[in-house]
Design a protein around this ligand. Sequence first.
Ligand SMILES: NC(=O)c1ccc[n+]([C@@H]2O[C@H](COP(=O)([O-])OP(=O)(O)OC[C@H]3O[C@@H](n4cnc5c(N)ncnc54)[C@H](O)[C@@H]3O)[C@@H](O)[C@H]2O)c1
Length: 354
Amino acid sequence: MSKMKIAVIGCGKIANIAHLGPLSKMDDVEIKYAVDLIPERAEAAGKNYGAGQALTDYKTALQDREVTAVYVLTPNYSHYTITMDALRAGKHVFCEKPITTNYALSKEMADEANKRNLILNIGVCNRYHKSVELIKEYVEQGKLGEVYHIYCSFRAFRSIPGLGGPFTIKAQSGGGVLIDWGIHYLDLILFITGIKTKTVSANAYSKLGKDISKYVYKDMWAGPPVPDGVYDVDDMVTGFIRTTGASISFNGAWAQNIDAEEGGYIDFMGDKGGIRLRYGGHFTYYTTENGALQTVKPDYNIPDMYTREDLRFIEAVRKGIKTRSHIDRVLESARLLDAIYESADKQVEITLSS
Ligand SMILES: NC(=O)c1ccc[n+]([C@@H]2O[C@H](COP(=O)([O-])OP(=O)(O)OC[C@H]3O[C@@H](n4cnc5c(N)ncnc54)[C@H](O)[C@@H]3O)[C@@H](O)[C@H]2O)c1
């Protein structure tokens, strides 16, 4: 099989943690270009992962007819422009989550990909997590009975990412903890249950990161802070969602004055059984059998979800198939994020059109 030539655009944190490694190990893939506005980052991708040419302008890679697909691993606002440019240049695209900063632009991206018969997958990596797949099977097999409520908590102690930079500037990120972390939780809930959302009532708060120079933190993804930067996004969000099936409630915080020692989790409450999924880890299944309570902690190996999503993307491009993370199947969660923010802004319940 001939090697598929790809370009990786954006060589920051997620490129290094999730994608460059798996892609560099695939026998049938060649990373022909590594692109980043910061030249040293593109060059490091060559040194560490054998990527070919280092570039600062992604358009050079798009002009190369040999390039079949591109990875868009840049800040949220640029997903739209870079993905649209890549599709118009005839390239298949893997674009990190969230699709982009809002639903309208996300829909345009989907329409462009479909019009051109090109694959556009979104980095909803949890759909490739072994625990998520198993819970989906449990739900479909009726092991939980009727799932009537789902609660998720994605709260951290003091973990605002890239304070002052693209993560915390609303015009560039589309929002804060909800669009950055909440997307993973809400998207995997929709994926597991297949429910459609009906109404949303939410509140969002921007409190702890406001004074950038005084913010005290434990860790910072994509840091260090930008002291003269901007912070105008949510660092805490809460809400209630009615759906065609189970209702959903959620609390999320990039930062709060409570140590969230238990980490993130999702509770699936059914009338026959319940499940607590430790985000990114294993799950516990609670049920009853012969009049006795049962607590089951299934033991299994969790393969790297990023490797699995990358393999499936390359396969999707080769075979021209829509996999579980094709943009068409992720738009529903983008629409939900918009409605949550609208509800918080207007302080009213929002009805999502069917
Ligand atoms: N799937 C996940 O779990 C996950 C986790 C973290 C981040 N992400 C997403 O990945 C994206 C990137 O996040 P990150 O944490 O890697 O951020 P980052 O800041 O560490 O890296 C982004 C990189 O993109 C580069 N860049 C910006 N504009 C560019 C352009 N026009 N051309 C080329 N390079 C450009 C920046 O210089 C930077 O090196 C975000 O959309 C984020 O939401 C996904």
